[in-house]
Design a binder for this molecule. Structure first.
Ligand code: CTP
Length: 407
């Protein structure tokens, strides 16, 4: 059963052979696949491989046809291929292809198709680490992302060129799953910039010790993934966590509350929605000793100073951003959430008990109550953090409509 139509654009990198597996993974997910290969790609894999796997003729050049009639029909083929397909998946997206996409070149079928294509584009880059890290490649990627191209960052590991580092094509199954999610997703966050904080902060006590908390970052990362899949540009300011960043989000890694404060304030103006899911340490040691503190037989007390309350400061500075805070509580859930909403000038506070087994910190599930500025409270059933993330975004959009229609 064919649900969706994809163009698979194959670039000329050693990972081109994995694009054959990707074609199969897409077909298994119900896609019909039209393959377009660059000239360089054909040096690595024969078009016949893709023709046999997909059951479709492979497009290998702009003017491949011979007779005048055929040339005429093939010269507008990029338009019909663009019109007839719902997604363009480019794998491997080489440094050269990314550069040509970013600069609007149309010097072969794939780059011409890219310009003519109005649906979602998913690029899975793969190349040598130095090429990936080169500012030219990174600038091209930033430009493509800002134009809405979905980019799956490459995996790290041993590369065909003999080095080890970032540059491996992600697992074809993951690329196919991402392509499917892009088509199933809604686009209700198109044009939004969502600034999300996640994870704990770490406040050093000396060069080897710190104070932190049990936050895993899972809720914030689930929100970042969900917002990105719904079309938002996502800035994820994250404390130290053991999670891979979701595809297609801009990750800003921080350690301390002060660093998180600085990163958030630097990007506040760009944001249309701010979600403060991080468990920020409330206290820190103002003067961290430069050397490791030695053990003695004496009692040791620490004198701690408060950290900046980032959420409260955003609440004071915000203009028309929608501001969503979190409240991790062990008692008086809703009254505490309401108090934090007032004192920190939030539009919504997502409150959860952190003492319950199986929800809250570290767990994959959560049970929350959303308290809105409008006075409404919404309590979705306990669920996976991914599902809760979707509900928080749904409620945020509803709330914004309600607040706008009042003003
Ligand atoms: N928060 C913040 N900066 C801080 C402390 C908290 O931005 N220095 C934010 C958190 O990201 C969260 C919200 O404030 O969105 C509530 O955090 P929580 O720890 O529940 O509340 P506190 O303000 O620390 O209040 P209390 O310790 O009284 O529960």
């Amino acid at each position: 059963m064919t649900q969706f139509k994809a163009v698979l654009g194959v670039g000329g990198g050693i990972a081109a052979y994995k694009a054959a597996e990707l074609a199969r993974a897409l077909i298994e997910r119900g896609f019909s696949v039209q393959t377009v290969m660059t000239e360089a790609a054909q040096e690595f894999v024969r078009p016949l491989t893709f023709a046999a796997l997909t059951g479709n003729k492979v497009i290998t050049s702009m003017f491949g046809a011979r007779s005048a009639d055929e040339v005429l029909s093939s010269s507008v083929e990029h338009i019909s291929v663009a019109r007839d397909n719902q997604i363009l998946v480019v794998a491997p997206a080489t440094a050269d292809l990314l550069a040509r996409f970013a600069h609007g070149l149309a010097n072969d079928f794939l780059t011409t198709l890219y310009l003519a294509f109005t649906g979602p584009v998913l690029a899975a880059p793969s190349m040598n680490t130095a090429m990936w890290e080169h500012p030219a490649t990174q600038d091209n990627l930033a430009l493509l992302r800002s134009r809405g191209v979905h980019v799956m960052p490459p995996d790290s590991g041993p590369l065909a060129c003999g080095t080890t580092g970032a540059g491996r094509l992600p697992d074809p199954e993951r690329i196919a799953a991402y392509a499917l999610r892009l088509l199933l997703q809604r686009h209700d966050l198109d044009g939004e910039t969502v600034l999300i904080t996640a994870g704990p902060t770490r406040e050093p006590l000396d060069p080897v010790r710190f104070i932190s908390n049990r936050s895993s970052g899972k809720m914030g990362y689930a929100l970042a993934e969900a917002a990105s899949l719904r079309g938002a540009r996502v800035l994820l300011v994250s404390g130290p966590v053991n999670l891979p960043p979701p595809d297609n989000v801009e990750l800003i890694s921080v350690q301390t509350a002060a660093e998180m404060h600085q990163a958030v304030m630097a990007h506040l103006e760009e944001a249309t929605i701010v979600i403060k899911a991080a468990a920020v340490a409330d206290y820190h040691l103002a003067r961290v000793p430069p050397q490791k503190v030695k053990k003695t037989a004496m009692r040791l007390s620490l004198e701690l100073d408060p950290t900046p309350d980032i959420l409260a400061e955003i609440g004071r500075r915000k203009r028309d951003q929608l501001l969503i805070g979190f409240a991790a509580e062990t008692e008086n859930l809703v009254p505490e959430a309401k108090r934090k909403m007032e004192t920190k000038n939030c539009d919504m506070v997502v409150a959860n008990f952190v003492s319950q087994d199986g929800t809250g910190f570290e767990s994959d599930e959560n049970e929350v109550v959303m308290v809105m500025r409008t006075g409404e409270t919404v309590s979705p059933p306990r669920g996976q953090k991914r599902e809760i993330a979707a509900q928080i975004l749904d409620q945020a959009l509803k709330l914004r409509l309600a607040l706008h229609s009042k003003s």
